[in-house]
Design a binder for this molecule. Structure first.
Ligand code: ADP
Length: 206
C-alpha cells in the first residue's frame, strides 16, 4: 500500500508546502481541497458558486460540497497526501479509504498572521512571501511570469474567522484522530526545509 496521509493544521501552518514535498517524495497525488475549491470558483462552476460565499467569509464550506469536489479527484486505489482535508469529524467519517496517518503542523496564531499578510500567490497557485520568500521581481511569479496577488481570504479579519472555524470544527477532529492513534504533531515554526526534516523524522517514527 502506498502512503495515505492527511496534512492538517491552522491557517498558514505550511500544509500546502509540506504536502506537496511529501507527495512528490512518495510519488502520490497531492490533493488540496482549498486549491480545488479556488479552481472551481475561478472557473465559476455551479459548485464553485455555492462554495464562494463560505471562502469569502473565512468559514468552512459545508461537508457535502467538499466531499463532492474531492470525489472527482480522489482515486481510492492510489495513495495520496490530502492537504486541508478532512477538517471536520463528518468529513473524516465520510472518507471511503482509511487514513494511515494525520500530521498536524503546529504554529502560534501570531506567526500565522505574519505569514498570511505577506503571502502572495499567482493564478496557478505558486506561493511567495514578501519577506520570507520574495520573488526575484516584486509582484511577478518566478515560475511562470504571472502577476502575484493577495488571496481574498488572506485579510487579517478573515484570517481570524478561519482560526475560529479551525478551533470550533477541526480541533474536535484532532481529538478524535488522536484517540484512534492516527495523529502525529509536528512543530511548524521555522523555514520549510527545517519543518520538512521534522515531518520526515515523525514519519520514520510513526
Ligand atoms: P488555510 O488552511 O490556510 O485556511 P486552505 O486553502 O486550506 O487554507 O483553505 C481555504 C478555505 O477553503 C477555508 O477557509 C475553507 O473555506 C475552504 N476549505 C478548504 N478545505 C476545506 C474542507 N476540508 N472543508 C471545508 N472547507 C474547506
Amino acid at each position: 500500500m502506498t502512503l495515505r496521509l492527511a496534512m492538517l493544521g491552522p491557517p498558514a501552518s505550511g500544509k500546502g508546502t509540506q504536502a506537496s514535498r511529501l507527495a512528490e517524495r512518495h510519488d502520490v497525488p497531492h490533493l488540496s481541497t482549498g486549491d480545488l475549491l479556488r479552481e472551481a470558483i475561478a472557473a465559476a462552476t455551479e459548485l464553485g458558486e455555492r462554495a464562494r460565499p463560505f471562502l469569502e467569509r473565512g468559514e468552512l464550506v459545508p461537508d457535502d460540497l467538499v466531499l463532492e469536489i474531492l470525489s472527482t479527484r480522489l482515486d481510492p486505489t492510489a495513495g495520496f497526501v490530502l492537504d486541508g482535508f478532512p477538517r471536520t469529524v463528518g468529513q473524516f467519517e465520510a472518507l471511503e479509504v482509511p487514513l494511515e496517518l494525520a500530521v498536524k503542523l503546529e504554529i502560534p496564531q501570531e506567526e500565522s498572521i505574519r505569514r498570511i499578510t505577506g503571502r502572495r500567490v499567482c493564478p496557478d497557485g505558486h506561493v511567495f512571501h514578501v519577506d520570507y520568500d520574495p520573488p526575484e521581481e516584486p509582484g511577478v511569479c518566478d515560475l511562470d511570469g504571472e502577476p502575484l496577488h493577495q488571496r481574498e481570504d488572506d485579510r487579517e479579519e478573515i484570517v481570524r474567522t478561519r482560526w475560529r472555524e479551525y478551533e470550533r470544527l477541526t480541533e474536535p477532529l484532532l481529538v478524535r484522530l488522536d484517540g484512534e492513534g492516527l495523529l502525529v504533531r509536528v512543530d511548524g515554526t521555522g523555514d520549510p526545509d527545517t519543518v520538512e526534516q521534522r515531518v520526515r523524522r515523525a514519519l520514520d517514527q510513526g
